[in-house]
Design a protein around this ligand. Structure first.
Ligand SMILES: N[C@@H](CCC(=O)N[C@@H](CS)C(=O)NCC(=O)O)C(=O)O
Length: 216
């Protein structure tokens, strides 16, 4: 294994799940912020990640390209931590379920919305974008019901599952998808974004983005 894992990412992207997890866990990473989308603006990146997607974590010979898996990996890397629920603990199944739910079920319609309603809106796809917005809002029911009487998703404590699902709610606000987000989830998002480690992660990404912009 190499020394410090390197996170290739773009500021404010799904990679924030990984940057945030590293800050919460106190795990050292090297942050390499790329221009978005790297597929076009940093084509050399395709040599190490042919998918062209971000984030990607390189740790020795390991290469990971799933933000939720990277968040879990970084949080657990240096040993057991309250941020990860272990087999045998109550809510282990729920922990895995919500960690995977975040990208596979929640962020998926968000990204299709972004493509149709924002990135390629000039192609007349706004209506399709709106239908993905509605689909995204309907899919929030599981999180809403879970958080009706809970502060965090699992085991009465902050875990990687909160980082993964919380990022989807943070993204919703930043891309104009907040209208259908229930108040319970907005309050949950406020609790998450008030965390010092979250603020440090955002500041770190923004500083790297600034350095990248000024190097142009
Ligand atoms: N399931 C992956 C998705 C990665 C992904 O699609 N990332 C987007 C940005 S958030 C991306 O790289 N888009 C640019 C592209 O596909 O060229 C994850 O959770 O990390």
């Amino acid at each position: 294994m190499g020394d410090v894992p390197t996170l290739h990412t773009c500021a404010r992207s799904r990679g924030l799940r990984a940057t945030w997890a590293a800050e919460e866990a106190g795990v050292e990473i090297e942050l390499k912020v790329l221009p978005f989308p790297p597929r076009y603006l940093a084509p050399e990146y395709l040599e190490i990640n042919p998918l062209g997607t971000i984030p990607m974590l390189v740790d020795g010979e390991n290469r990971m390209t799933e933000s939720c898996a990277i968040a879990h990996y970084l949080a657990r890397k240096d040993g057991p931590t309250p941020m990860v629920i272990e087999p045998g603990e109550a809510d282990y199944a729920a922990y895995l379920d919500y960690t995977y739910h975040a990208d596979a079920t929640i962020t998926f319609p968000q990204t299709v919305f972004m493509r149709f309603a924002i990135f390629e809106k000039d192609r007349g796809w706004e209506e399709a974008g709106q239908s993905y917005a509605n689909w995204f809002w309907k899919r929030l029911i599981k999180l809403e019901q879970r958080l009706e009487a809970r502060e965090f998703l699992c085991a009465d404590r902050f875990t990687v599952a909160d980082i993964c699902c919380g990022y989807a709610l943070i993204l919703a606000k930043s891309v104009g998808l907040d209208e259908g987000v229930p108040d319970i989830l907005k309050a949950y998002r406020d609790r998450l974004t008030a965390r010092e480690a979250y603020k440090r992660a955002v500041a770190r990404e923004e500083a790297s983005l600034k350095a990248l912009d000024s190097a142009d």
